[in-house]
Write a protein that binds this ligand. Structure first.
Ligand SMILES: *[C@@H]1O[C@H](CO)[C@@H](O)[C@H](O)[C@H]1NC(C)=O
Ligand SMILES: *[C@@H]1O[C@H](CO)[C@@H](O)[C@H](O)[C@H]1NC(C)=O
Length: 250
């Protein structure tokens, strides 16, 4: 009887642990579709050309599994002190270290993913795992893309990032996988502001699951100032509306 109770208690605990861990982060911050006419977020739909700070590209962990990796990739901000980019110590659930490095390039390359690059004014796409939160029964709060449009000597605080919002993306814009709402891939696109000088900018991905419950990822973007089109940039069509039919709820 005691054994049975223990087993049930452990199973319940394991379930709670799984649920606690099931939150999202920016998996790829420069996702390019193989065929712009068929946008999508599955591995077969595109490739990643840029990552968040110190992103472990050689982890061997499947897409959407880095919350169980060490250090965990998802960062749950503490509403009492919204440190915008995880420092690996603070937060309701601290994430992997995404503090700004000196030089900035130290967070990229080698065992980490490469830094994203863009031309001012171009469209960029971001990918994230649903982590069971793209189901119809879940709240649908947008992902905020926050990008100060000046080259800064240090990251802004959360107030500064929030004031620098440039886009709100539909969290549930996903390619649903039957029977696996956890690893379902989702994403959205935004326009890099057009009138930027060349240089390195910081961007924050921030998603509110419930009131005051925020998850965040940070990365640096090397911008080449607007001076015609970058030929390596894929044409992604006219607007994010071309993705609307991917979402399960519309
Ligand atoms: C955030 O940064 C701004 C600008 O540096 C500063 O004025 C403000 O007091 C800061 N807010 C908090 C809550 O630290
Ligand atoms: C983009 O918009 C233009 C003008 O509104 C339209 O002619 C064209 O077909 C659109 N292209 C796509 C891929 O939707």
């Amino acid at each position: 009887m005691l054994f049975r109770t223990t087993v049930i208690a452990s199973a319940a605990l394991a379930l709670v642990a799984t649920m606690v861990e099931a939150h999202s982060w920016a998996d790829c911050v420069d996702w390019r579709f193989n065929d712009p006419a068929k946008p999508g977020w599955r591995a077969s739909d595109g490739k990643c050309f840029g990552y968040a700070r110190q992103y472990p590209v050689n982890s061997g962990v499947q897409f959407g599994g880095l919350d169980s990796y060490s250090p965990s990739r998802h960062y749950h901000q503490d509403p009492k002190d919204f440190i915008p980019c995880s420092d690996h110590f603070h937060g309701i659930e601290p994430g992997a270290d995404e503090t700004r490095q000196s030089p900035i390039s130290k967070a990229y390359g080698g065992r980490f993913g490469v830094m994203a690059t863009a031309t001012a004014g171009q469209k960029m796409c971001i990918r994230w795992p649903a982590k069971n939160h793209a189901k119809p029964t879940e709240p649908n709060n947008p992902v905020w893309i926050n990008m100060p449009q000046t080259i800064l000597a240090k990251d802004p605080n959360q107030t500064g990032f929030t004031a620098a919002n440039i886009a709100k993306l539909n969290y549930k814009n996903c390619n649903q996988i039957d029977g696996d709402t956890d690893h379902t891939p989702c994403g959205g696109c935004f326009d890099v502001p057009a009138n930027l000088a060349s240089g390195t900018y910081v961007i924050q991905w921030r998603w509110m699951l419930n009131k005051d419950e925020y998850y965040a990822s940070c990365w640096d973007l090397q911008v080449n100032g607007a001076s015609g089109q970058n030929p390596s940039t894929p044409s992604l069509g006219n607007s994010t509306s071309i993705f609307a039919d991917l979402a399960e709820d519309n």
